[in-house]
Each structure stands twice: as structure tokens, then as C-alpha cells.
Design a protein around this ligand. Sequence first.
Ligand code: IMP
Length: 179
Amino acid sequence: MSQHPALVEHVITREQIQTRVRELGAQISADYAGRQIKLTCVLKGGFIFLADLIREITIPCSIDFMVISSYGTGTQSSGVVRILKDLDGPIEDLDVIVVEDIVDSGLTLSYLLRNLKTRKPATLEVCSLLAKPARLENDVTCRYVGFEIPDTFVVGYGLDAAEQFRELPDIWSVDETKL
Ligand code: IMP
């Protein structure tokens, strides 16, 4: 495809992603050795990350999906989170890892973790491909983070801007005025 004018520059290349996802998979496999994990993927943005991550994990794991909406049409978190699709099954007594695309303000994740904790998992951790520490508005912690990035809106590798660009293999910064 010819390059869309809104795509500014590569922030993370597919090679860097591949290397880091491999490291995360190895780390999770070591940390949870001898156990089984439930990967809880937050859709839509987390779908490519989950698909790559699960193939780098060498211990038994199962998956489930949630669809939540945190933004309306804009790019600022409203703090109002709605569950559009809940998990298919209970997570009581399970070792759960929430697989997220990006933690921006942290409002979405904070809501999600509070919600999931009430279901009494044995353990509950977060693996996010990206984090923007400069924008974090609360003390939500991710045990596993792929890359910390500056305060810029990014797309690709599952992340979108108004449903565009999820298919890009690399992660790009975008000029939101040119979308
Ligand atoms: P938060 O509640 O501000 O942490 O926002 C989390 C959600 O906002 C993520 O799961 C994404 O769906 C979306 N989001 C935040 N920053 C970006 C970005 O730079 N690109 C694409 N989506 C983003």
C-alpha cells in the first residue's frame, strides 16, 4: 500500500516487536513454570499481540476475550468504560494475565483490574505491548511491558485510529490532523 499521509514515522519496527515478544514469552514461561495460565485478551487492539505472544509461551495456557470500549470517537480516554463482551468463563482460582495493546492514561486498565479482581483469580497480572508512562494518571502497574513510548498517538500491529491501520506490521506515529 502507498503510505497514508497521516503516518509520520516508524516508532517500533516489526523486527523489534518480534524480538521483544519473544523475550516476554520466555519471561512469562519462566515466571509461571509448572502452572497453567489464562491469557485474557482485551479486544480489539490486543489481538495481534496475543497471537504472537501465545506462540512464544512454552507452558500450558488458555485464552479468553473481552471487548471493552474506553474511547468514543476521539483519542482521549474518557474514564467511562463499558464491557461490550465479557469473558466466556469464570476465572476463580486461575492465574490470569491480561493482554493489552497499550496503557495510556491507565483508566481503562484500572477499571478492568478492579472488575476482574472481584471474580477472585488466584493471581492477576498485566502484559501490555506498549505503555506511555508520561500519560499515566493512576498507580496501575503492569508486570510485563513490551515498550515504553513517548506521549504520541500510535497505530499498527493491532492498534487503530478510528478503525484504520490495525493491519500494519510496524508501529507508526500518526498525525491526527491528517486522518
Ligand atoms: P487508557 O484508558 O487511556 O489507558 O487507554 C487505553 C486504550 O486506549 C487502549 O487499550 C487503546 O485501545 C486506546 N489507546 C490509547 N492510546 C492509544 C494509541 O496511541 N493508539 C491507539 N490506541 C490507543
